[in-house]
Ligand binder design. Structure first.
Ligand code: OXD
Ligand code: MN
Length: 671
């Protein structure tokens, strides 16, 4: 096959891109090559329908099933590789770049024979963004459904590669599906490899065609590669954060809030929330993004954020009119949404997932579960199994979200007023505690955890440690990550306020949720904005400022007074008890308890309550920062004030490293 002829015809002129495509076509040996733009969507859909790879849904969308051994990201098989062993962290599964490149290239050799290689040039940023240079990529994929997903999740077209100068000006993102039936998934001979060679800006994913394993713009580029680039350049942060805006129609003021939540903590529902009915006339909530935010310091010294994605790859389970009406509208008639691994009715073309309605459809006729098995023909022991896979997804473009902000694609991004963290915790955290000290706020994010949701781990109620909700996407050492955060936030002149939120507090006796959640969560965020603007004062506590009951806007909310009291208080003595047994702290420390190789930690709340004098986590952050002398890799801004390094090294036990790092980095302390 004449690769150059294909590239000529598609108008791909960039010599580096041409060389890259030639190289990988030579390795993977596809039968055909095709360069894809967003304008090809309708044709690719027609071809996929004709080939039976997707089926039409009753609302004008499409339905696909992934291979049953290929239904979720695989953290164990995911690696961040570089040429510098100092880049090894706790969570990034670091491996040497040369070894990984050789291994994956070997696996990919000849693996696309008989297939088409789709060349997908993309941009993970609004055009014109100051971060656009970190956002250009070219995915090579041998799976048509992956190309369809990329068109929905990223800005796709050859215009994004036209002006590229340097060879490293785009991320090389190679995806090869492999023989999914025979990859030994989950065994000792697992052949899947999902590798980001971060210092070469190259992503090599072999052995999947689903989600973050295959749509390489999203997680591999948008989070792993981008967070590495953000650190290496010193220019920005790339985080698994949602982003929303709240406008007060009475005052005309608009605030933007972003934040991180470990999985199953309601991030997408929050990102797409609407105001409660009783407050809807006054407050208007707008959606910017549900999964990724890139953050940087603007020329005016403020912190700016933007969603680099073009679509939403949302978890279908439990999405319904009560939990997320916005999402339902975004995947409804006319949106051309792609559903994967939900249940499908061959007669009516409807789709269904657990939680879409309270009960599954009563008439089983025509229904196939996510594996393609007719539900009506299930054996008695399988009758209770879910119809949809728990990680079944909908893929829709941002423009389908009804309350998408008008300026969602503004190249300047939007100024960030608040950064929030939250997880699913039944009794550790109040509804909201504002953290007015930026170093404490960063610390709160770094020590984020949520209750493990999978009973198999046997850790019911224990916190799974998930720093900044970035645990699966960490691409460089955690100490450096903390340092980089402090340095970026340290440059900000108008500090964001931080907060920790928890919608999941339960009654200790009967286990019911104390807070109604969903749209009412906005009440906590409105309080935070009023605190930021000096309209309320809150109640100080050792771990932040809590709302006074009278300060929450409770119009239209029916809630038991006692429940509200409990939601707005912290049980410090319980925190002390728990922290004595939990012994959790910064990853990599010797006292960090491990189960099945997974470190966990108590919440910062319990630590602080137990040892307010010691600030243990802070000290370990500093120790990590101080201990590793980075090699002088070209192009990296790893400068650090020498006095900070020295101070951290000599720090007495009680010294707070985050505090000293923050003051050296010029953090003013308060927003
Ligand atoms: C994820 C996702 O896996 O957003 O976190 O798809
Ligand atoms: Mn995510």
């Amino acid at each position: 096959m004449d690769v150059d002829a294909v590239l000529d015809e598609a108008g791909v002129r960039n010599a580096h891109v041409r060389e890259y495509v030639r190289h990988w076509a030579h390795v993977t040996r596809p039968d055909r090559i095709e360069v894809v733009s967003a304008a090809d969507d309708a044709r690719l859909i027609r071809e996929s329908l004709a080939a039976g790879e997707i089926l039409p849904t009753s609302d004008g969308g499409y339905y696909a099933r992934s291979h049953r051994k290929d239904t979720a990201r695989s953290e164990e098989r995911t690696v961040v590789a570089t040429s510098d062993p100092a880049d090894k962290g706790v969570y990034n599964n670091w491996r040497p770049a040369a070894e990984m490149t050789a291994t994956v290239t070997g696996l990919m050799r000849g693996a696309s024979v008989g297939k088409t290689m789709y060349v997908v040039p993309y941009l993970m940023a609004p055009p014109g963004s100051p971060l656009a240079r970190y956002a250009v990529g070219v995915e090579l994929t041998d799976h048509r459904t992956v190309a369809l997903h990329m068109i929905r999740m990223a800005r796709v077209g050859i215009e994004h590669i036209d002006g590229l100068g340097e060879p490293a000006g785009f991320v090389r993102a190679v995806h090869v599906t492999g023989d999914l039936e025979n990859l030994g998934q989950g065994t000792a001979h697992d052949r899947r490899h999902f590798v980001t060679v971060a210092d070469e800006r190259t992503i090599l994913h072999y052995g999947s065609s689903y989600g973050g394993n295959a749509l390489l713009g999203k997680i591999a580029h948008g989070l792993r590669q981008a967070s590495y680039d953000g650190w290496a350049s010193g220019a920005f942060l790339a985080e698994q954060f949602m982003l929303l805006g709240i406008t007060d129609r009475q005052t005309g003021r608009k605030h933007h809030i972003c934040g991180g939540f470990p999985s199953a903590s309601g991030k997408t529902n929050l990102a797409m929330t609407l105001a409660p009915d009783a407050l809807g006339d006054r407050y208007h909530v707008e959606f910017y993004g549900d999964d990724i935010t890139w953050l940087w310091v603007g020329d005016d010294g403020r912190l700016y954020g933007m969603n680099p994605e073009f679509g939403v790859f949302g978890v279908a389970k439990d999405t319904n009119a009560a939990t997320n009406p916005t999402a339902l509208a975004a995947i409804g008639p006319g949106t051309e949404t792609l559903f994967t691994n939900v249940a499908y009715n061959t007669k009516t073309s409807e789709v269904w997932w657990e939680g879409k309605t309270e009960q599954p459809p009563a008439d089983l006729d025509g229904w196939l579960d996510w594996t393609g098995e007719p539900v009506a023909e299930r054996s008695p022991e399988r009758r209770g199994d879910p119809w949809a896979h728990p990680n079944s997804r909908f893929t829709t473009t941002l423009s389908n979200v009804p309350n998408l902000a008008a300026d969602y694609a503004a190249p300047s991004g939007v100024p960030i007023d608040a950064i929030i963290f939250g997880g699913r915790t039944r009794d550790r955290e109040p509804l909201i505690r504002a953290i007015t000290d930026v170093a404490e706020g960063v610390y709160d994010g770094l020590t984020l955890g949520a209750e493990a949701t999978f009973a198999a781990e046997g850790v019911d109620g224990m916190l799974r440690y998930d720093p900044m909700s970035m645990r699966p996407f960490m691409s460089y050492p955690e100490g450096r990550y903390a340092e980089h955060w402090l340095r970026i936030i340290g440059q900000v002149t108008e500090k964001p306020i931080f907060a920790h939120v928890n919608w999941f507090q339960r009654d200790p006796e009967d286990g019911r949720f104390l807070w109604p959640g969903y749209r009412d969560n906005l009440r906590a965020l409105l309080w935070l904005m009023r605190l930021r603007d000096g309209e309320v004062r809150g109640v100080p506590s050792p771990v932040g400022v809590l709302p006074a009951k009278s300060e929450l806007l409770l119009d239209g909310l029916r809630i038991d007074e006692a429940d509200l009291d409990r939601l707005l208080t912290i049980d410090l003595s319980a925190g002390v008890r728990r922290s004595i047994s939990a012994r959790g702290t910064w990853p990599g420390s010797k006292v960090c308890p491990r189960r099945s190789g997974r470190p966990t930690t108590a919440s910062p709340l319990t630590w602080k309550a137990a040892r307010p004098d010691r600030k243990v986590g802070h000290r370990r952050v500093a120790a990590e920062v101080a201990a590793r002398r980075p090699p002088g890799t070209e192009g990296r801004d790893r400068r650090q004030p020498s006095n900070l390094r020295e101070r951290a090294r000599r720090a007495p036990v009680a010294a707070s490293a985050v505090r000293s790092a923050s003051s050296s980095a010029g953090i003013l302390g308060r927003w």
